[in-house]
Each structure stands twice: as structure tokens, then as C-alpha cells.
Design a protein around this ligand. Structure first.
Ligand code: C2E
Ligand code: CA
Ligand code: CA
Length: 557
């Protein structure tokens, strides 16, 4: 049935009635009423949808288009209805696998929808659109448009930049076409989540901007709602992709209209949000500028320190808790600096961001092998464990580098141990199981670091060729006072032992904690209760003392 409002156009079309005209149109046409029921559609529409008339008419598109609520159709109709004016959008239809130009007109009792294939014109328009105001990929307004809006007195109270952590992994998994689709989908979901008075823009790269008109204290909940709308998992390319959105937000002073300066400051806040996994929304504040300057200075100093081989490794003893004997050591990186010894927590993320991790990994490996050789030449056969970046653990070359260094040193491979953080093991290292298996076959030992902070199950862990679990310090702290921590640690130790894994407790600081761990049959303890990380000469003295008087006591700290 065709709606009255449209059939009445007959008189105005000189003898043609509109249904006949639309029936012969080259594009897909449908009339969707205000209850989302399709009351009319032409043959092209049916052919495109791959449906019969009785499957479409008097049904809602939600019934026969999978994921309709995320489609370009839904979004265009929604905006047309909300703003009550004709809307035209170009977007990618995942259902049809092509670009569409969708036009929606408000008419009596619903909307008239016209759609045609725009694949060719998208390509043609790409260059034009670049110079214009819309982002060609998502159809969203672009940075130029943002500049215009800010310049023409948009009543915005805040400028937010929304970025995606680990977006390059999406590109690696889905390819460029797939990551483009992800950006299109994100843009359209962000657009749907925006409210009156907000405007969403696509920035170059994989970032979006939003102008908001909320004042504090409503601003933060609004930003949280936008983040919430984007969190995954997203079904893309047949895979479930987890999106980790973060926001940097600049509250705008009235009349503030310099887009470059605004974006720069919001981006600074976003950068901080990326660096703090537990804080996904950061507001701009002037201290961030100082932090940036310090970071830039540190980065060049770190480069220089690496080139001059000025970094060093401290060794922290691991003690077999029942016997009180030295069981090994962990090598922990330190940066001797004019401002004092810089701990890894203060420079590893900087190294990660500036691409220096491969050099740090190479240094750690090289220096550890050298220390192991020195220890051995002093009659101290102490296994030493190292921490490597996740990228190194996923790199095929790791195995050959280690094999070469071990062969050159003549060290037995069992003296080298690699600590794999539990989170990385779950997230990334699964892909490089081969590398781990080959290292294991070579005789290198592997252990799971920070155990208990991730969500791996024992059955998952059993697939990895690991020798030991290191229980994270957060469980050891409070071991004496918290029955829950006691139960967790006891459970971990019991199951680990049943899988023939040895257990290291990290961060025991008191004699009471040591006592508790001994009672729970924990194998090894690494913590201030025995010793802090120390430079090589001190460690040698520590190990020699221990050889002379085997049973070690807790030091008071
Ligand atoms: P991690 O691998 O969990 O290392 C253990 C951290 O706990 C060390 O901090 C150690 O000094 C500290 N610790 C040990 N016992 C106690 C204790 O009883 N109480 C307290 N409060 N802390 C204790 P550090 O050396 O600052 O290292 C921090 C993190 O930096 C390491 O955590 C590791 O993730 C990373 N890291 C350290 N060295 C390297 C390295 O050479 N390469 C890489 N990629 N990461 C490293
Ligand atoms: Ca470690
Ligand atoms: Ca740890």
C-alpha cells in the first residue's frame, strides 16, 4: 500500500503517479513509516536486499537486515527523523559489500528512502572530498569542518579527541581494508551516540574529535557514555575485535577558537590517557606541557645513554624458601642518570613509544649473558631471568639471537630464563607459541610473570611450555592479614604443583610473609625480605656469602 501523502503527488506530476515512477527508478526506493514498517518498496530494493516482497512489506528492516541498527540506512533515517530534513550519506554497507549513497526524505507518516551504488563515485569523489569538509572514509565532517565550526562561534564547552589504543593491531589482523571498515563502523556508532549540541568529526589517522556542549560536572559522564558506546567486542571481518577507546579532553574557554592549539592540547591529554591504562579520560591541564618537555628531553637522553652503553642491570636474588639457599636472580634494568637512578617504570613506556625497545631488549640479553658468564667464572652457577618486551617475544629472531649468544658464551641454556607477563601471554604471545616451544626445546627456561593479574586459566597455561609461575606482588602484600589472599595463593601453589610448575612469590617484604609462604609450600621467594635488586658486584658478594653460610635469613627492611 502506498501512503496517501505520496499518492496525492499524482496531480503534480503531469499524469505520472509517483508509485509507477519510483517503481521504474534505477535506484532502490522504500517508504518506511514512523513505526519502522516498510510500506512500499520497488523491485530494485527487493533485488538488492535479496528478498521477496512478502518478506519485506509490512515488516521492519530489523527483521530482514542483520545488524540493521548499525547500518548506514538506520543512521541516515535516524538523523533525518531527528532533524526533520532531507539527509544524504555515503557509507559502506557491510551487508551488501559496497558503497551506497543513501538519501532519506521526511514525508507524511514516515520517510522515503533512496539508495544507489556509490562505489564508483566514492572513488571519484575521494580527491574532491579531501579538499572539502567531509572525511571520505566515514562521511563525517573533517578537521577543516571542525576549524570552521570553532571559528564560527559554535557554542562548544569542550573539545574531546577520541583515540584507539593498539589500533595498529587491528590493521595487522584485518589489513588496511579491514581497519578502514572498523573506522567507518566506529564513526557511525559514535555519530549515533552523539546528542543534540554535539558534533563528531573524523581526524586524520585513527582519531575522532567531538565538540560537546556540557559543562562540568555533566561533562565527564557524557564522555564516559561516548566511550561506553564504542567499547567492543566488535564483530569485524569474522573476528571479534576489542576496541580500547581513550579520550583527551580540553575544556574550552568562551570564544576559544584556534583549532590547531585546541587539538594540540586535547591530543596532549589523549597521549596521557594512552599512557595510563587505568585512566581512559584525561582532561588537559598545563602541567601536561611540562611533562611533555621533560619526556622529550628524557627521550633524547635515553637514546644517548643506550648508544653509550650506560644502562645497567641490577640482580635481585630469588631464594629457595624451604632451604634458604640462593635459587637464582632476576635481572632488572636501571638507568644511571644525573637526577639519580631511574627505575624502569619511569622510562620503559618512553622507550616503547620512541621505538627504543628493540635496543633495550638486545642490551638486556647481551648483558645478562655477560653477567652469567662472569658469575660462572667465579664458580657461581646461578640462573638469571630476564624481562623482554612483548614485541621481542613475538619475534622469530629471538630464538636465533639467544642461540647465537648462548653458543658463543658456552653457557648451559638452563641458566637463562625468560619471564613472560601473564597479560601478554594471553593477549599476544599465543601467536608465537612456536618461538616459545623452540626456546624450551633449546633448554631455555620460561616463567609466567605477574601471575594472577590476568585472566588466564590453568588449562590455558598448560599449553605453554613454562617452568614456573611468579605470583604477583599484589597477592603477597597482605598475605598475612587477608584470608582471601591466603586462599588465592594457596590455590595457585596447589594447582601449579599438580602441573609440575615451580612457584615464585614476588615482593615478600616481611618475615611473617616468608613464614606464611613457607607454610604454603611456596618454592621460591623474591622480595625485599631477602634482598633488594643490587648491582653485579654486590650480588656476587651476596652469592659468595650465601655459599659460605648456606641458610639465608630474612633481612629486616
Ligand atoms: P617485574 O618484572 O614484576 O619486576 C619485579 C619488580 O618488583 C621490580 O621492580 C622489583 O624491584 C620489585 N620488587 C621486588 N621485590 C619487591 C618487594 O619486596 N617490594 C616491592 N615494593 N617491590 C619489589 P622494578 O625493578 O622497578 O621493575 C618494574 C618492572 O619494570 C618489572 O616488573 C618489569 O615489568 C619491568 N622491567 C624491569 N626490568 C626490565 C627489563 O630489563 N626489560 C623489560 N622489558 N622490562 C623490565
Ligand atoms: Ca619480571
Ligand atoms: Ca612481576
Amino acid at each position: 500500500m502506498f501512503p496517501d501523502g505520496l499518492t496525492n503527488v499524482r496531480n503534480a506530476t503531469h499524469g505520472f503517479d509517483l508509485p509507477t515512477l519510483l517503481g521504474h527508478a534505477g535506484e532502490a526506493v522504500a517508504f518506511v513509516d514512523s513505526q519502522w514498517i516498510v510500506r512500499y518498496c520497488n523491485d530494485v530494493y527487493l533485488a538488492n536486499a535479496g528478498k521477496r516482497a512478502d518478506e519485506v512489506l509490512e515488516h521492519t528492516p530489523f527483521d530482514y537486515i542483520p545488524g540493521f541498527e548499525r547500518s548506514i540506512f538506520y543512521e541516515t533515517i535516524e538523523v533525518c527523523r531527528r532533524e526533520n530534513k532531507p539527509m544524504c550519506r555515503i557509507g559502506y554497507s557491510t551487508a551488501l559489500g559496497r558503497w551506497l549513497m543513501v538519501r532519506v526524505f521526511p514525508v507524511d507518516g514516515g520517510v522515503l528512502l533512496l539508495a544507489n551504488d556509490a562505489s564508483q563515485s566514492v572513488v571519484d569523489q575521494y580527491q574532491l572530498a579531501q579538499q572539502a569538509l567531509a572525511d571520505p572514509l566515514t562521511g563525517l565532517p573533517n578537521k577543516l569542518s571542525l576549524a570552521q565550526d570553532l571559528g564560527s562561534g559554535h557554542p562548544a564547552t569542550a573539545l574531546a579527541i577520541l583515540g584507539l589504543a593498539r589500533f595498529d593491531e587491528i590493521t595487522q589482523r584485518l589489513g588496511y581494508a579491514g581497519s578502514d571498515k572498523a573506522l567507518m563502523a566506529l564513526g557511525s556508532r559514535l555519530q549515533s551516540a552523539s546528542r543534540d549540541g554535539e558534533r563528531v568529526y573524523k581526524l586524520p589517522g585513527h582519531e575522532f574529535a567531538v565538540l560537546l556542549s556540557h559543562e562540568q560536572p555533566q561533562l565527564l559522564p557524557r564522555l564516559q557514555a561516548l566511550l561506553g558506546a564504542l567499547r567492543g567486542p566488535w564483530p569485524l571481518g569474522g573476528q571479534s575485535i576489542v576496541i580500547e577507546p581513550r579520550i583527551g579532553c580540553l575544556p574550552l574557554a568562551p570564544g576559544e577558537n584556534d583549532v590547531e592549539s585546541g587539538l594540540r592540547r586535547a591530543a596532549l591529554a589523549l597521549r596521557r590517557a594512552h599512557a595510563q591504562p587505568d585512566n581512559d579520560i584525561v582532561f588537559y591541564e598545563p602541567q601536561l606541557e611540562l611533562a611533555l618537555l621533560r619526556r622529550q628531553r628524557l627521550e633524547s637522553e635515553l637514546r644517548a645513554a643506550l648508544a653509550a652503553d650506560q644502562l645497567t642491570l641490577y640482580l635481585q636474588p630469588k631464594v629457595a624458601v624451604a632451604e634458604g639457599t640462593l635459587a637464582g636472580a632476576e635481572a632488572l634494568i636501571r638507568w644511571p642518570h644525573a637526577e639519580g637512578m631511574i627505575p624502569p617504570g619511569d622510562f620503559l613506556s618512553l622507550a616503547q613509544d620512541s621505538g627504543l625497545m628493540p635496543e633495550i631488549d638486545a642490551f638486556v640479553l647481551r648483558r645478562t649473558i655477560r653477567m652469567l658468564s662472569e658469575l660462572r667464572s667465579l664458580g657461581l652457577e646461578v640462573p638469571v631471568s630476564i624481562n623482554l618486551s612483548v614485541d621481542a617475544l613475538c619475534d622469530d629472531r629471538l630464538e636465533s639471537d639467544i642461540a647465537r649468544l648462548l653458543a658463543a658464551s658456552g653457557l648451559p641454556p638452563r641458566l637463562l630464563e625468560i619471564e613472560l607477563p601473564e597479560n601478554a601471554l594471553i593477549r599476544d604471545v599465543g601467536t608465537s607459541m612456536d618461538v616459545l616451544a623452540r626456546l624450551n626445546a633449546m633448554g631455555v627456561r620460561l616463567s609466567v610473570d605477574d601471575f594472577g593479574t590476568g585472566y588466564s586459566s590453568f588449562s590455558y597455561l598448560a599449553r605453554f611450555p613454562v617452568h614456573a609461575l611468579k605470583i604477583d606482588r599484589s597477592f603477597i602484600t597482605g598475605l598475612v592479614t587477608s584470608p582471601t589472599h591466603q586462599k588465592i595463593v594457596k590455590g595457585i601453589i596447589r594447582v601449579a604443583h599438580s602441573l609440575q610448575l615451580s612457584v615464585v612469590a614476588e615482593g615478600a617484604e616481611t618475615a611473617e610473609e616468608l613464614q606464611a609462604l613457607r607454610r604454603l609450600h611456596c618454592d621460591t621467594v623474591q622480595g625485599y625480605a631477602y634482598a633488594r635488586p643490587m648491582p653485579m658486584p654486590e650480588f656476587v658478594a651476596f652469592a659468595q656469602r650465601q655459599q659460605a653460610v648456606p641458610r639465608m635469613r630474612a633481612t629486616s627492611i
